[in-house]
Design a binder for this molecule. Structure first.
Ligand SMILES: [Zn+2]
Length: 233
């Protein structure tokens, strides 16, 4: 086996390791943040607040209606109590009672509105709770899927690392260090396969002499454009 084919084999192990590790990092991020779930939680919180406000408003209108009824009762007991006999005063009292009753009906309308508003708030809260439950179920399912993938990826990396160790022993230390250096500076790809007289990584056309040298030479031949080690398969 030529050195370039040993390095190419190494590259074919390192690339999937890189991909698996990148996906592992992505999964770690996905597992740590969950926007949909926190949005649903926020929604529930806001509907809880609206519900409390609506309950408070209703209580207030109920108290006001109750107070108004007490006022009417008091006015009516004076009116029909028999102590007031003066017709002018009686007329005034009757007018007062009528005015109090008119305002009572305004207050009762407000109470009805508050009851309807509370019903709306309850409905919205129920919907929000349902959505949160859905989001929780969905998140649990999604996270279980991601954890499964995560475990698989770790196993793949472990297996490839063992393969890599074996493949690396076939490469001499100087070539290995060139390879590592190129991997760092060439986005992980140190060895390019020659295909149709061109560098498989950067696409540059190579001279026939260079391709021939890459094919037969025991020395490492590098792409004149990107500097990667060329491998002719
Ligand atoms: Zn190239």
């Amino acid at each position: 086996m030529s050195q370039s084919s040993n390095l190419y084999r190494l590259q074919q192990i390192d690339s999937p390791i890189d991909q698996a590790r990148a996906r592992i990092r992505e999964i770690e991020v996905e597992l740590s943040n969950n926007a949909a779930l926190s949005q649903a939680q926020e929604y529930v919180k806001s509907t809880e607040q609206s519900l409390q406000d609506a309950r408070k408003s209703l209580r207030k209108t109920e108290e006001t209606v109750q107070d108004q009824r007490v006022k009417i009762n008091q006015a009516e007991s004076v009116l029909y109590g028999g102590k007031v006999r003066n017709p002018k005063e009686l007329q005034d009292l009757q007018n007062d009672v009528a005015a109090l009753k008119r305002y009572l009906s305004v207050l009762e309308d407000r109470q009805l509105d508050a009851m309807l508003a509370l019903e709306d708030a309850e409905r919205e809260h129920e919907q929000a709770t349902g959505k949160l439950e859905e989001a929780q179920a969905h998140t649990a399912e999604q996270q279980a899927g991601l954890r499964g993938e995560f475990t698989q990826l770790h196993k793949t990396v472990e297996r490839l690392e063992i393969e890599r160790q074996a493949a690396a022993t076939a490469v001499n230390p100087a070539d290995l260090s060139l390879y590592e250096q190129l991997r760092q500076t060439r986005r992980g790809v140190a060895v390019a396969k020659v295909s149709s007289q061109a560098c498989g990584a950067c696409g540059s056309l190579l001279t026939p002499a260079l391709v021939q040298a890459a094919h037969s030479s025991n020395q490492l031949i590098r792409c004149t454009s990107c500097g990667r080690i060329l491998y002719v398969g």
